[in-house]
Design a protein around this ligand. Structure first.
Ligand code: MOS
Length: 707
């Protein structure tokens, strides 16, 4: 049988995407479709004193204007319900908690008329001074984001005695690191079309990372059975954590469509998205490390302060990865949180691990200089065999291999152990490195496989592809198991009527879904009494049946509970600094990553490259700020929010260890979506120190900080 797993296969969905044939949420054409435009708050704190919709209602083509005085029917979700980004329901009352909060929805027969009329809605506010400054906020102990037993364990934790352990240490470092608010900025804006067939049945065309989750959320909020909601989400133009649950605009669109009895489309404008479709909180983290002369860590203290919104309690879980990375007998982890007048912060590529590891990996670098130990060596000496909170051994770790291979491929041994020691003409050259790590998650999933007389296999599941390559790895898994070329496998994803394919979040889709695809393929061959698909097709023609089909599921085994699962890696980079004009460029990048078995070498490497690029953006330019007086975002589009362009990015060399992790699942694969961004900003900052002798502890490293 041909080996397909592990080879380089171009995206199944690549052609339809680049030719424009792929239909995204807002592109669904339905006869009679009308358009909604959001009216958003221009103050960040206070209440609506008066809202005058008369002029808007009288505008040509306007069908309805919804405000808190006539909000469409939305039901309270049940207790403990974990399916909303904002806890507050849209248009719930007259209170304003953040600038950009939705205060109305204008529906008209064209987008232009809806938008025009939206500007005619007159809102008078009673304004109170907003608080949007993290430095001035009051912090308190943060709740655990996911509850005590969850994988991403974070929050407050203490083992050993930090003070005693650090008192007689050979080396100690203490420093505070800050990161700014980042926004997801996916290429495809948040948008949806809601189409009610009758009062109990609605189809929602919306990009979502979790088809079955959205289905359940909408059903709860609309007060109809789950089967009454159909979610269709075949293509997603990027999400990064911001499309996992419904946002208020989506809830409002679906609820309003029921009231007006027309199919309704709502597209959130790029400007509106900054305020009301999520962001990563700013963080302030203090790291204290203590070590022996030989570099062995005696104590780690990690305190993280993050901010949230009046409409959501979301602590960015920065301390979750700290006990996973390095062995220490004494550890103290603390998370604190403050409420600001901003929209809901949320999951954004490696929530917690990413800013958490900027602090930890910068601190490890500072400790390495303090001890005069190579930073790669320092990490090797502190490797932990077990997960220090779960007390379980790691499965298929190979972290040391990532560090060593990365050092070798980069040529790390040539590094001069002295800041400002490497030059290229007038430019200072710096080399930096950092570890990379992300938990490996897996849930249960189900897939259906059909073998058809035309010699094709179809795989069907509700899972989705948010641009990560899910279509392709599903096809590759089926092709290899069935003994077919990839081109003979058709994959149907992103529809809630299909078997439960799980969620594309926490980098778990591939590890969750492909074992189910494998099981369904094996089962369909059994059903066909065949070794492979060509044999099955022959049997099919002989029997005169229309198809062979089988549905199977796969879930984590009991055996797997004996291990802790995590993915590992190391980044190495070079920067150049022109000190005269404070120009910093990243000029070389090598990443070595262990995600277990690599299913598609092309799309897996793409995931790492994309994540490294996003991390370089965080390191050098991405930041969102709010005007302290008005509370309004001063960054509001893709021109004011700076992120890397091609010219900012060097060639990124990606290598995988590739050893399958069969303790984790029968495919031996762990997730690849998020790990790549972890450690990136620290590697850059560490290289900047090596180049310039300046330790920059606040991201992004903009030119003013280098002067
Ligand atoms: Mo990811 S931030 O769990 O979509």
């Amino acid at each position: 049988m041909n080996q397909i797993i592990g080879t380089s296969v171009s995206r199944k969905d690549g052609r339809v995407k680049v030719t424009g044939e792929a239909t995204y949420g807002a592109e669904h054409q339905i006869p009679g479709l009308v358009h909604g435009y959001l009216v958003t708050a221009t103050i960040a704190n206070g209440r609506i004193h008066n809202i005058d919709t008369k002029e808007a209602e009288d505008n040509p083509g306007v069908i309805a204007v919804f405000t808190h005085r006539n909000q469409p029917k939305i039901f309270q979700p049940s207790n403990g319900f974990f399916g909303l980004y904002e806890s507050r329901l849209p248009l719930a009352d007259d209170l304003i908690h953040y600038a950009g909060q939705i205060v109305g929805l204008v529906v008209a027969n064209t987008l232009e008329r809806a938008r025009d009329a939206a500007h005619l809605v007159k809102v008078q506010y009673q304004t109170e001074q907003p608080q949007v400054e993290a430095q001035k906020a009051t912090y308190q102990k943060a709740p655990s984001l996911f509850g005590e037993d969850f994988e991403f364990q974070e929050g407050t934790f203490e083992t050993g005695d930090f003070s005693i352990a650090s008192s007689d240490a050979a080396a100690k470092t203490e420093a505070t690191y800050t990161t700014e608010i980042e926004i997801h900025a996916p290429m495809e804006p948040h948008a949806l079309v809601a189409h009610w067939e009758n009062q109990d049945s609605v189809t929602v065309y919306e990009p979502t990372q979790w088809v079955k989750g959205s289905q359940r959320t909408y059903a709860e909020l609309l007060g109809i059975p789950v089967e009454g909601v159909r979610i269709i989400s075949p293509y997603i133009g990027g999400a990064f954590g911001s499309k996992a649950f419904p946002w208020p605009h989506g809830i409002l669109c679906v609820a309003a469509a029921r009231e007006i009895q027309r199919p309704l489309k709502v597209v959130v404008s790029r400007r509106q998205m900054t305020a009301n479709t999520g962001h990563r909180s700013q963080t302030e983290q203090t790291m204290r490390l203590a070590a022996n002369k030989d570099g062995k860590l005696k104590a780690i203290e990690h305190t993280a302060k993050t901010c949230t919104s009046p409409v959501k309690n979301f602590p960015e879980p920065c301390t979750g990865i700290t006990p996973v990375l390095y062995a220490t007998p004494n550890m103290r982890l603390k998370q604190e949180i403050a409420v600001l007048n901003v929209g809901a912060p949320t999951f954004m590529r490696a929530p917690g691990e990413n800013p958490g590891m900027f602090a930890l990996e910068s601190a490890m670098d500072e400790l390495a200089w303090e001890l005069n130990i190579d930073p790669v060596e320092l990490r090797l000496r502190n490797e932990t065999k077990e997960h220090q909170r779960k007390k379980l051994p790691f499965s298929a770790k190979h972290f040391a291999e990532c560090l060593k291979t990365g050092a070798e491929k980069f040529g790390w041994s040539q590094r001069q152990m002295q800041p400002r020691s490497q030059k290229q003409g007038d430019l200072l050259v710096g080399w930096g490195m950092a570890s990379s790590a992300f938990p490996a998650l897996r849930s249960s999933a189900e897939a259906q496989v059909r073998l058809l007389p035309d010699g094709t296999a179809h795989v069907l599941t509700s899972a989705n592809d948010m641009g990560t390559g899910a279509y392709t790895v599903v096809a590759m898994t089926a092709a290899e198991t069935l003994g077919l070329p990839v081109a003979k496998v058709k994959v149907e994803l992103g529809d809630s009527v299909l078997p439960n394919g799980g969620m594309a979040g926490g980098s778990q889709m591939t590890a969750t879904l492909t074992p189910a695809v494998l099981a369904a393929c094996q089962k369909v061959l059994e059903t066909a009494n065949a070794q492979n698909a060509p044999e099955a097709f022959a049997n099919l023609r002989e029997s005169g049946r229309a198809a062979y089909e089988a549905t199977a599921s796969s879930a984590p085994s009991e055996e797997s509970k004996k291990f802790a699962f995590n993915s590992w890696g190391a980044h190495f980079c070079e920067v150049t600094v022109d000190e005269e004009i404070a120009r910093l460029r990243v000029t070389r990048w090598v990443s070595v990553i262990n995600i277990g078995r690599v299913l598609n070498s092309k799309t897996a490497a793409s995931q790492i490259r994309g994540a490294v690029i996003m991390g370089i953006g965080q390191a050098l330019m991405e930041e969102c700020h709010f005007d302290p007086n008005t509370g309004y975002p001063v960054v509001y589009d893709l021109a004011t929010y700076h992120y890397p362009a091609h010219a900012d990015i060097p060639r990124i060399e990606v290598n995988f260890v590739g050893e399958p992790d069969f303790n984790f699942n029968p495919m031996g694969v762990r997730g690849v979506g998020e790990i790549g961004i972890t450690g990136v900003s620290a590697a850059v900052s560490n290289a900047v120190y090596h180049a310039t002798g300046k330790r920059i502890r606040s991201l992004p490293i903009t030119p003013d900080k280098l002067l």
